[in-house]
Write a protein that binds this ligand. Structure first.
Ligand code: C5P
Length: 410
């Protein structure tokens, strides 16, 4: 999931490095937004190194990305730690003087404050009222821990332990608060990688698919709360943790696994590169190279189009429940038409609900870490573009799928 981690200007900021680690090790993509004051305690270089993402606290950096709007909109969760008395006051009164306060005003998902301050500040009527206001608007404000504070004083006001903040954040993400993960309770089947069509016990016809896109989709769907079944053909990358993996080799094996899984899935995403043809005959023994015989000729027969079959065999129950079937299309333009025109025709031919279109050349898409796609919809809505790393593209695709699913079930 995407987490924005706002860091306030208190000495407890140093403990937030451990919290950031907990988030990243759990597979979350974290953007740290420190306040100006907090950078006196921990510099932005530390946050950049630990999060792997650029860090800014100004609305005037990277203005073209419209960060003051985008960060809050795209975040699945905003966590503020330490939430100082000053930050709680700014959040409660809706101030927008820096990137973090802007992000808080734009947040679409849950917001979690982990306060840290001196006891008298925490107990002051102004802070009590601010906490009350934030809680009444649906924000989660943790109680600070009690104990030794920075000076000689002790009492309530210590930052809760990173593990406590992490657990509260995960509970919010898993919908134990009012907020539900977008794919909670949904089953998503994703095919990934390239099929291999055997010629004999040692040879096969294959393709360049690495499985990276399918695996990134599985991670994004898992992080969005779905129960994920990954139908894994040949892949160069390992399957992710927390998903059920069904290994397949050939198109026919994938077909059987996909039709079986589709019966119990809310979403089926066919991101695998399925061989369109297979050798008509598979030799039980290795085809020998002999000087006295003619060179072998391989006859190919068509594989079934699994995506099309999934659409044709969609049960009435699944259709009524709004099941979504999503295809991928790797297209090249030519003199007869551009990529989008071909893709549009494919969407109609295959009848799937969404078609994710890649523009391919030999150096593009296959095995690469980044991607650029257009999502076409049969419902006729505008084509949607998404580009970036395969992770970012996958998150955009999963967001779109969540949107379509939740719209249908309303
Ligand atoms: O027709 P084309 O191969 O371009 O279509 C690509 C889409 O169809 C992908 O979603 C792919 O997984 C799926 N496909 C399939 N069965 C095939 C060939 C492709 O399901 N035999």
């Amino acid at each position: 999931m995407r987490i924005v981690l706002g860091v306030g200007g208190g000495i407890a900021a140093y403990k937030v490095a451990s919290l950031l680690r907990l988030f990243t090790e759990a597979g979350h993509d974290v953007t740290v937004v420190p306040t100006e004051a907090s950078t006196r305690f921990i510099g932005t270089a530390t946050w950049e190194a630990l999060s792997g993402n650029p860090v800014s606290n100004s609305v005037f950096d990277d203005v073209h990305l419209v960060n003051h709007v985008r960060l809050g909109h795209e975040a699945d969760l905003v966590v503020v730690a330490p939430a100082t008395a000053d930050l709680l006051a700014k959040a409660a009164t809706g101030q927008a003087g820096d990137l973090l306060t802007n992000t808080l005003l734009m947040a679409h998902g849950p917001v979690l404050f982990a306060p840290a301050m001196h006891t008298e500040m925490w107990q002051h009527a102004a802070t009590r009222a601010n906490v009350e206001t934030l809680r009444s608007r649906g924000a989660a404000v943790l109680e600070p821990a009690s104990g030794r504070l920075t000076g000689a004083d002790s009492g309530p006001g210590r930052l809760p332990e990173p593990q406590v903040i992490f657990d509260a954040a995960m509970a919010l993400l898993q919908g134990q608060g009012d907020y539900q993960l977008p794919l909670a309770g949904r089953t998503v089947t994703i095919s990934a990688g390239g099929t291999r069509e055997p010629l004999d016990p040692v040879r096969f016809l294959g393709n360049r698919s690495s499985g990276k896109q399918g695996v990134a989709l599985a991670v994004a769907a898992r992080n969005a709360g779905a129960s994920v079944r990954l139908l894994a053909a040949h892949m160069d990358v390992p399957p992710p943790a927390g998903v059920e993996v069904v290994r397949v080799e050939t198109a026919l094996e994938l077909r059987e696994a996909a039709l079986h899984a589709a019966a119990v899935s809310d979403v089926v995403i066919m991101s695998a590169a399925v061989a369109d043809f297979r050798p008509a005959e598979v030799s039980d023994t290795k085809i020998k190279k002999r000087d006295d015989t003619a060179d072998p000729v391989i006859t190919l027969v068509r594989n079934p189009d699994i995506l099309q079959e999934l659409v044709e065999q969609r049960t009435a129950g699944a259709a009524a429940a709004g099941q979504l079937i999503v295809g991928f299309a790797a297209e090249t333009g030519d003199s007869q038409g551009d990529v989008l025109a071909y893709a549009e025709a494919k969407l109609q031919r295959k009848g799937c609900d969404l078609l994710v279109v890649n523009h391919v050349g030999t150096d593009k898409v296959f095995g690469q870490d980044s991607n650029s796609v257009v999502i076409l919809s049969r419902s006729g809505s505008e084509p949607q573009e998404a580009s970036g790393t395969k992770t970012e593209v996958s998150e955009a695709i999963i967001r779109r799928i969540s949107f379509e699913l939740n719209r249908v079930s309303l």
